[in-house]
Each structure stands twice: as C-alpha cells, then as structure tokens.
Write a protein that binds this ligand. Structure first.
Ligand code: AMP
Ligand code: ZN
Length: 478
C-alpha cells in the first residue's frame, strides 16, 4: 500500500500523512461545524462533504477516526438572529441545529462521533482564557472583555502567510469575522451587552468569542495536538490563525499536524454566501426536484482544492452519473438474481470489493477526485461492455465493487442487494409473456412490478429484462 498524501496549508506543500498514534491506528480529526443561524447552504456542504470523504477514505484505509465537529451556537450571528426573531438563543439555534442534522442525513454524511455545542463548553473556554491571561497572552480591557495579545505570539500569521507589518499597536477587533485588521488583538471573551445572553466569568458576565470556542472544544475532545483540522478556505484567516495562537500559547505544543482547506463553491465566479444572498440551501434544491445523491456527487466530484462553480446544469450532469452507476449496478444484481447461471462461472476476485488500485491511488494523492472520477467512469464503461459474458462470480465481484464505492463516496448505489421472490417470479412471467408476444399480459405484469416498487428495464434483443428498485427522484413517474 502506498502513502496517503495531503496538502497542508501550514507548510504549503503536499505531505505524506502519518498519524500521531504510534500504533498508526487512530486518527484525530476536527472539522469546524456550522454556525447555526440559518439553514446551511450548499457551499457549506461542499466543505462538509469533502470532510466526509476525507473521513471515509481514512476509514477505508483501516484507521479508526475520532471525528469531532462542533456546533457554533453562540457568536455574533446567532445572537443577532435570535434577537431579530425575538427568540431565546437556545430555541433559535436548536431549530437550525436540528435542520443541519437532518440535512447531513439527507446527504448521507457520516455522523461525527462527537458534536459538542459551544454553549455547553463554557467551562473549558473559561479555563483556556484563564491560562492565556496567566501567561500574559491575553489582557482584560476596561469593560471586562478579554483580548488576545497578538504581538506576543511570534508565529502569528504563519498559517495565512500574513505579515504583522500592518499591525497598529493596541488595535483591537471585537467582531468574530474580519479581514483587514491583520494583527489586531482579537476578543476571547466579550463583556455582556444589554439583552444579550451571557455567562458568569471571573471578569464579569460575558460570552465567548468564536475563535476560542473551537480551540477549547478541539483540545477538550481530541487532546492538545490533533492530526487533522479542516474547514473551508475562508476559515484560514482569522479563525484558524487565531485557533493556533490560542492553543499553542496555552500548551506550548503544536496544535495541528495537517491543516486541510476546501476551496469555495462559487456562483457566477463569486463565493456562495448567505450575506451575498446568492445561495441555495439543500432544501431549496430538493424542493426543485433534484436528487440528494446528485447533489452529493456534484459537490464531491471536483477536487476539494479547486473552485467548484455551481450550476443547475452541473447538477443535472451529476444526476446522469448517478443514473449510469445505478444502471450498471442493477444490471449486475438483476443478472445475478434472475439468470440461472452456473455457480462456479467467472472470477469474483477480478471485480472484488476493493475499488481497485487506480481508484485508490487517486485518493491517496490528496483526495484527487478528478482522477478518481475518470477511472471510475472508465471502469463502468468496461463493466457495461463485459456484462453480457459475466458469470456468477464476476457478477458477485461487481456487486462488491459497488459496495466498496458506496463506502467511499456514500452515494447509496448498492444498499439494496437482493430482489424479492415475488418480483423475480413476476419478472420471469413478464419475460415469458413478451417472448410469446402477449403484450397485454406483459403490460399487466409490468404494472404489477411497478406497483411493488420496482421498475422493469427491457433488455436488447437476446438480453434478459432486468429490474431496479424505485429509489431516486427520477424513478418516480410524474
Ligand atoms: P459557517 O456555518 O459559516 O461557520 O460555515 C461552515 C463551513 O462552510 C466552514 O467550513 C466554511 O469555511 C464553509 N463555507 C462557507 N461558505 C462556503 C463556500 N461558498 N464554499 C465552500 N465552503 C464554504
Ligand atoms: Zn472552528
């Protein structure tokens, strides 16, 4: 097995991946989760689906992945949203957290083992702020807010490659998101404002800044140094830069070994974002009739370090790929279940569950999905060509190939892997009726099979008719 390589933003190069675990078994993965002030849009899901692929590939390679994805349920945006809707912060964020969990399921993302809420991590956040104050990496301002003293952390700017030249001594920034104030001292703990949610602290009532939340939750659940920390490219600065400053100042240890960042999903060349109003949520697309797996594939199929320009045409093309995978799979399964092929015929190992060396090689190469997709489509074309001459063992191997593919891409191609007896019998009778040119009987049988939740596909002359389970949006006749 060759090495896995990832592009590490900190070292700005592709590096061989080696986990910290001396047994080489466990990998710790922290992915910045959603800020729950709205439905996540599919730009957000580009990043989340990339992280899901990363985790699936590590698991495919036998690592046990400890995956933490936080939920940011207190920050500037959630507080403003709750105030706008005149709801408590908890009610407001609980609604969008639930919606996010549902969307994750719809997109077949693996559930992170641990999904901590920022509001339930206040004691860890306070401990971290206290440590930073003790070591003079932080100071308390007159109003009781606590700021990080950026000039004291020599490595500041290392991740985002920003220089501190523009730093105005004593400049402070107390909003969570900012771009220009490169070296400004950023807020760790914000003194309470009238009407805003707050918690007790040694510096008076207040609430955490966004950046300290992730440092605290990451170290709490995964330890002081983690293998991989990932997010979208907009998080490099200031969020991840600040996470490094906070965590490394507190522990004196490296915070993260590999930083992975996904490029943005664009619409007409611009970042899809809630503030620009140019976004689709997953629910918008489902309401328009798009299939969730087509959406997942559209997000996955472009290499995560390339911008992905989102279009509805692109989504349709993604649907065509899902249809192609589905068709090939159902051809294999139907033939396996319906044809009376001799047990020993074929070579199971030739198509065995392992996805094959070319596909695996592509993923080892910094999750190169462009290469993966090219090889995958080539393989499907090949399978379609050799299907008619496949024996029982070949077909079994094929089914395993699709299962392997599902494990990695999560596209839900091969979840149904048997055909019920009554459908098989009806299909046999249907083929007989067609052979006898009794089309009224074959029509009735076809309708019966459809009523049972299956579609019949007629074979080319001399080829058997096959079935597929009705599962996709396009399988349902309108
Ligand atoms: P947020 O809910 O805003 O905290 O963002 C959640 C995740 O989505 C973060 O990892 C962001 O970097 C990522 N993200 C935000 N906008 C986009 C976009 N247009 N394309 C890809 N990822 C994005
Ligand atoms: Zn974060």
């Amino acid at each position: 097995m060759s090495e896995i390589k990832f592009y590490d933003t900190l070292q700005a190069k592709v590096r061989e991946f080696r986990p910290l675990d001396p047994r080489g078994k466990e990998v710790t993965l922290y992915t910045c989760g959603p800020t729950v002030y709205n439905y996540a849009h599919i730009g957000n899901f580009r990043t989340f689906v990339f992280e899901d692929l990363l985790r699936r590939f590590l698991e495919f390679r036998g690592f046990s992945v400890r995956h933490v994805m936080n939920v940011t349920d207190v920050d500037d945006k959630t507080i403003a949203g709750a105030a706008r809707e005149k709801k408590t912060l908890r009610d407001y964020t609980a609604f969008y957290t639930q919606a996010f969990l549902e969307d994750m399921k719809t997109l077949r993302m693996l559930s992170p083992g641990i999904q901590p809420l920022a509001t339930e991590s206040i004691p860890d956040i306070l401990t971290l702020v206290r440590k930073l104050l003790e070591q003079e990496y932080a100071y308390v301002a007159d109003d009781g807010s606590v700021y990080y003293r950026v000039a004291r952390f020599e490595k500041y700017g290392q991740l985002s490659k920003k220089k501190l030249d523009g730093n105005i001594a004593g400049a402070r920034v107390d909003v969570d998101e900012y771009e220009k104030e490169e070296g400004a001292d950023f807020v760790l703990w914000k003194a309470a404002k009238e009407g805003e949610p707050s918690w007790d602290s040694p510096w008076g009532k207040g609430r955490p800044g966004w950046h300290i939340e992730c440092s605290a939750m990451c170290m709490r659940h995964l330890g002081e140094t983690v293998d991989i920390h990932a997010g979208g490219e907009d998080l490099v600065f200031p969020h991840h830069e600040n996470e490094i400053a906070q965590s490394e100042a507190a522990t004196g240890k490296p915070f993260v070994n590999y930083w992975l960042h996904a490029k943005h999903l664009l619409v007409n060349g611009e970042k899809m974002s809630k503030s620009k109003g140019n976004f689709f949520t997953l629910r918008d697309l489902l309401a328009k009739g798009y299939d969730p797996m087509a959406i997942r594939y559209a997000l996955l199929s472009v290499h995560y370090r390339h911008s992905l320009n989102f279009t509805l045409d692109g989504l349709k093309e993604a649907g065509e790929v899902i249809k192609k995978l589905d068709d090939c799979y159902w051809q294999c399964l139907s033939r396996l279940c319906v044809l009376n092929l001799p047990e020993k015929m074929g070579n199971e190992a030739a198509y065995d569950g392992a996805i094959g060396p070319e596909l695996e090689r592509s993923l080892e190469d910094d999750l190169n999905m462009a290469g993966f997709v090219a090889h995958m489509l080539e393989h499907i074309t090949h399978l379609n060509k050799v299907l008619p001459s496949m024996g029982r063992l070949d077909l079994r191997g094929c089914v395993k190939f699709f299962k392997g593919l599902d494990g990695l891409l999560g596209l839900d191609i091969a979840a149904v892997d048997s055909i019920p007896e009554d459908i098989k019998t009806a299909l046999g009778q249907y083929s007989e009726a067609r052979k006898a040119k009794d089309f009224s009987r074959s029509d009735t049988l076809r309708k019966g099979i459809e009523g049972g939740g299956w579609l019949v596909k007629d074979g080319r002359p001399g080829e058997p008719s096959t079935v597929k389970k009705i599962r996709r949006t396009w399988d349902v006749k309108k």
